[in-house]
Design a protein around this ligand. Structure first.
Ligand code: SAM
Length: 226
């Protein structure tokens, strides 16, 4: 996938992996800025296959190919790299890190690019009800998108009624020890609360396991905005 892959993880990645824990968004984005040049080659060496798995599961939702999609937390574009061959081409990218998006731009995957943090008090820079679907990968992990009711509300604001919010992530249990927002089944309980409040409904059969060579289980979630 990457020209730079010399089968060795960069020092930046080793440093960042040890630091994946709760932190201010600005600090996390700074780490991505420093890492952006080597992100793709590191992910190649690390056998990060969540983007591919997430793209595969997303296509199983059978949304029309012309659906307007936001790849949120798009980074260098790894997820849409795998989505495009399935015929989804009407995709925008949003990320808090300009340097990661600069790498994505070179791949010609997206129609529009938005630089914005994502969080419970942050209104995304798009009109309400712009997208048929949001797809995301690698963003619900410590130090990334805040695990908060408001984060989901902000994401859902830009999705049309009946549209899909979907994401691939590691088993939330995996993060319980490093991040209190994942402890005590907080992530799963947050999803349940959003369902109870009729903010969204779970798309039948989800979460589904992601195909992965990585040791920890990964899941694909899909919910429908009500
Ligand atoms: C692990 S990378 C995933 C990128 C891409 N989706 C992939 O799977 O390769 C996480 C991305 O989320 C972005 N990010 C992390 N926290 C963010 C936040 N709170 N708001 C906006 N972007 C954020 C980072 O800049 C980074 O590009």
């Amino acid at each position: 996938m990457s020209e730079q892959n010399n089968n060795k993880l960069s020092d930046e990645f080793v440093k960042i992996e040890q630091k994946w824990k709760p932190m201010p968004i600005e600090k996390s984005i700074q780490m991505y800025s420093e890492w952006s040049e080597k992100y793709d080659s590191d992910m190649d060496v690390w056998q990060y296959d969540s983007p591919q798995g997430t793209a595969t599961r997303f296509t199983e939702l059978n949304l029309p190919k012309e659906s307007k999609i936001l790849d949120c937390g798009a980074g260098t574009g790894l997820l849409s790299h795998f989505l495009k061959p399935f015929g989804y081409t009407n995709i925008d990218a949003l990320d808090g890190c300009e340097k990661m998006l600069e790498k994505a731009k070179k791949k010609d995957l997206y129609r529009n690019y938005f630089i914005s943090f994502v969080g419970p008090d942050i209104t995304l820079p798009m009109e309400e009800a712009t997208y048929d679907a949001i797809v995301m990968c690698g963003i619900f992990t410590p130090g990334h998108f805040p695990i908060a009711y408001g984060t989901f509300v902000q994401l859902l604001r830009v999705i049309k009624k009946g549209g899909i919010l979907s994401w691939g992530m590691a088993d939330p249990e995996h993060y319980a020890e490093v991040d209190p927002s994942y402890a005590n089944k907080n992530f799963e309980n947050l999803i349940k609360k959003l369902v109870e409040d009729k903010v969204f409904e779970i798309v039948d059969g989800h979460p589904k396991e992601l195909p992965t060579v990585q040791p920890k289980k990964r899941f694909f979630y899909a919910v429908r905005k009500l």
